[in-house]
Structure formats: structure tokens, C-alpha cells
Design a protein around this ligand. Sequence first.
Ligand code: ZN
Length: 374
Amino acid sequence: MHNAHALLSTWMKHVGMSATVDAAGNLRGFYPARTAAAPRLVIGSHLDTVPRAGAFDGILGVVLGIALIEELHGRRLRFGIEVIGFSEEEGVRFGFPFIGSRACAGTLDSSLLQRTDANGLTVAEAIRKFDLDPDRLREAEITGEVLGYLEFHIEQGPLLEQLALPLGIVEAIVGQSRFTLVFEGKANHAGTTPMPLRRDALAGAAEWIGRVERVAMAVPELLATVGRIEVLPGAGNVIAGEARASLDVRHRDDGIRSDVVARILRSAETIAARRGLRLRIEKHSEQSAVAMNPALQNALAHSVQFCGFPVHRMVSGAGHDAMILAERMPAAMLFLRCPGGISHHPDETVFPEDVAAAMKVGIAFLEELENGGI
Ligand SMILES: [Zn+2]
């Protein structure tokens, strides 16, 4: 990350920006406005990534920000532009996402500093090891007048490619509910326990998983996933005594999501009761859907249209820094087509012509803002 910061800082300075690293490990580049007392536009995304990742998730949005300023060729606007490369968006190291953007939004809970990574190192210690001061985290908060936040990001899904479109305007980031369901039955001998006398936890969980899929397929735009199942004792010749299954439900409408979650949990109870299983439901998290700012969305739509591309609005099924910044300022996102819909994988890529399209739209967006379009 030190090397990434050093390289990007060089590029930032080369296009006339200042570059610093705040206490949360965010790289902050600033391109001043014509006048000192001017508002700023924030453009950003994250610099961290997942293990065995691709090269575009996050970093593309930071580099596009710097490239847009390069296109200004030193021309000053009525607003300053801050380009931020956020730290710790993915939550890989500390099991907690969006540390960098939360610090910028001023919503970072100080208890977070005591969370540890796999080696037992706390967030506070990791910050110190990176030659930064955790006592100065508050200074990372974005203050002063802000016009908004703009994030360019790869779609990380197949929809734009299916529609043969280079770009998509994000309307909202979906809300998400996460649970673990524990089905408890009775482990017993696979050879001596007759079928009608069994209380098979895995067979119950399997029936429920099929039900989850059917419910999700019947509700437009709903996404429900059982991505992990753990079975005890986990032997081929023993009836499963316990099955622990994860549940992840997402939708842009919080009402629809809670309604579907309630139905899915009720169906688990019904299945467990019929099969003589005990059911434990553990709720892990609930995140409301986050709407992007309508005025910024419209400005993006005008820019997309002005550049001769079709305007397509869509939701994001994944969380992004924009969702955290939206708590404090108007936020908008522009998605770039993701070839093969592949992300969080080394094969992740983008089409150069789509990056050129995003650049064109970004420049048009800056002009719209310059002319008071927001
Ligand atoms: Zn990302």
C-alpha cells in the first residue's frame, strides 16, 4: 500500500494536485478551485482489494479521478476536486469493511480501533505500523462545503454486458440482511436407523435451501443466497445431527426485503417442525438500502446523453464507499461494464473503450457542475 500511495501521489502531483495520506490510511489528492473559499467535489473509490483479486475493483475509480484532472490541463474550476483512494473497503483484514470511507464521513466508531486481524494486531497498532497516528483519525473527516461525491466503479456483475451497454447510473445500493440458521436433529447410524425414525438436520436444511431459491425467483430483483453450510458430525455414514446454513437476502426496497426475510424464516420453522428438528436463528446484520442523490443522478444522466451513450439506471447489489459517503453528502455512482460479469477474480477486466466512455462522461459532468448544473 505504501508503494501504491507513492506511485499515485506522483501521478497526482504531476497533474497539479497536492497529495497526503490521512490517519485512516486514505490517499487524499486535492486540486484547488479558482478561489480559496470554494466548495469541493469528491471523487473516490478504494485502493485495497480481496485475496486473488482483479486489477480494477476500486483502483479504477481512483485512477479515473486523477485522469479527469489531467484532462483539465491546469484549468481551475469554481469548485476544488478532492480525489480519495480509500483504505480497507473490503474488510478482509479486520472483518470490518469501509474503515477509510467511514473515517472520511466521520462515522467511524472508536471501538473499531480495538478490532484485531488474524495475527492479533489491532486496527490502532496497524495504523501506527503504517507510520500514521490513530489519535488523529478525526482529522480525516471531510469538512467544509461539498458539492457531492462521485464514484466510478466496475459493475461486478453481468447486467450491462447483457444489455450491450458501456455505462450504468446507480440509483440505489441494495439493502442486505444476513443470518445463520442452525437446524438441530439427531446424529445416528446411517445403516441401522430406518428412514421414518430419522431427524436428519441436513435433509431439513436442504429442503429449506430449495425453498429459499423458489421464493427468491418469484420476487423481481430479489437476491437470496445460502452460500455456506456446515454439517456435524460430517461423516458419510452418520445422519447429520446439525446443519448451520448462512442466509444473505438483498433488495433495493427495504419493505420487500423484510417481507421476504420473514417468509423465508417462517418456512424454515415450518420445515423444522414437520421434521422434528429444532431451529435456531441468529441475525448478524441488517443494512438498509441507500439511495443515490437524485440531482447528481440526473447530472450524470445528462452527461451520459450528451456524450452519445444510452442512459441506463440500475441498482448495485454490492456495497460501495458511496453508500458510506451518502450519509454525509450527495453521492452518485457510475458503473462500467464488467466483461463476463467477473470480479473478485484475476480475470476481472474492463474494455478500454468503456474507460474512455467513462472519462468522456466524467469531463461532461465536471462541465455541468462548472455551469451550475447542480
Ligand atoms: Zn469495490
